[in-house]
Design a binder for this molecule. Structure first.
Ligand SMILES: [Zn+2]
Length: 334
């Protein structure tokens, strides 16, 4: 009896262990299958999300489009990439930072003037640049090439503030008093220096020192020659009040204002001139931007100001528009 009992107990134990093993294997298999299915589902979902993102990107690439992100505006161009730098859209000029976010806009339909500073850079250049940046405005700096390294840190701030660097020769040479090759040397050396400091314009504008231009100079400058319509005589008076009055009285759309970035009195005056001209309804723009929708600039031509295109053309344009409207009406009536 005792032996039988022992044997039965042993058999039961073997059966029991077998059952546990089988159960364990079944559970393991089911669980593995479940995990595999989950993983496959997740992979599929990820693939779909990626596909969706790619389709969206494709769709966006097909058209030129403005996108707003975190309160900033970006423009996606023909190639579906964010446009970076200076670009034209309809009758507006846009400037962006390195990410393509718009930092400044110039409206071609609104009045504008160009403030210009000669003879820099100087210890005040950074202050001038920051003043314009603070007011969402810009100026053109006609710089002397051999001063750029002397005031390297200050000179860098001009293009960083989305202002324009322009050529005032390499050593402030009166161009009517040098040979043709000397003239080219003065202009080319200065151009190269300005490009080193970030100027990207295809043609860099020139202001000959002392405004001295003769036929030889005109023929040999392969860039627009920018003079001025408003002379503040800041170098002579060194008086902020006088400079302020000259730069803000009787200013007209298209004026080019002449100052020099060498004087503290000019900086002091500019801090009042900039907000005052904005109050008078002017956009403060670079000379290049002033000319953008006003016929552009030609190499070897002299410019004292850049007025809006004559009202005659405007009249013609509105007449054309009226005609179109009438034609449309006729079509509708038919
Ligand atoms: Zn000068």
């Amino acid at each position: 009896m005792g032996k039988m009992k022992k044997k039965k107990k042993l058999v039961r134990m073997v059966l029991y262990i077998g059952l546990v093993l089988v159960l364990g294997m079944v559970i393991y298999q089911v669980r593995s299958a479940y995990l595999r299915a989950e993983a496959a589902k997740a992979a599929e979902a990820k693939k779909q999300a990626q596909e969706e993102a790619r389709r969206k990107e494709e769709a966006r690439k097909k058209k030129n489009e403005w996108v707003k992100k975190d309160g900033k505006s970006y423009y996606y161009g023909e190639d579906g990439k964010v446009v970076i730098g200076r670009y034209i859209q309809e009758k507006k000029i846009y400037y962006t930072d390195d990410t393509g976010a718009v930092v400044r806009t110039v409206d071609g339909e609104k009045p504008m003037v160009a403030i210009t500073y000669d003879d820099g850079p100087s210890q005040f250049t950074d202050d001038f640049a920051q003043l314009f940046k603070k007011h969402d405005s810009a100026a053109t700096f006609f710089e002397v090439g051999n001063r750029m390294n002397e005031f390297e840190e200050e000179a860098k701030t001009i293009t960083e503030a989305y202002c324009e660097l322009a050529n005032h020769t390499y050593t402030h040479q009166n161009l009517t008093r040098v040979s043709v090759s000397g003239m080219h040397n003065q202009l080319n050396k200065c151009d190269r220096k300005l490009r080193e400091f970030g100027e990207q314009a295809e043609t860099i504008l020139v202001r000959p020192p002392e405004g001295a231009v003769n036929e030889t100079v005109k023929k040999n400058i392969h860039a627009p020659i920018i003079l001025w319509s408003v002379d503040t005589l800041d170098w002579k008076s060194r008086n902020a009040e006088s400079v302020y009055r000259k730069a803000t009285t009787n200013i007209k759309d298209g004026d080019i204002i002449l100052m020099h970035s060498l004087y503290e009195s000019t900086l002091k005056a500019s801090k009042r001139i900039v907000p005052e001209l904005i109050d008078q309804g002017y956009q403060l723009v670079t000379v290049t931007d002033l000319a953008q929708f006003r016929g552009g600039l030609k190499n070897g031509e002299k410019y004292f100001d850049i007025k809006p295109v004559e009202s005659e053309k405007e009249d013609q344009k509105s007449q054309d528009e009226t005609t179109t409207t009438e034609e449309e009406k006729t079509t509708e009536e038919l």
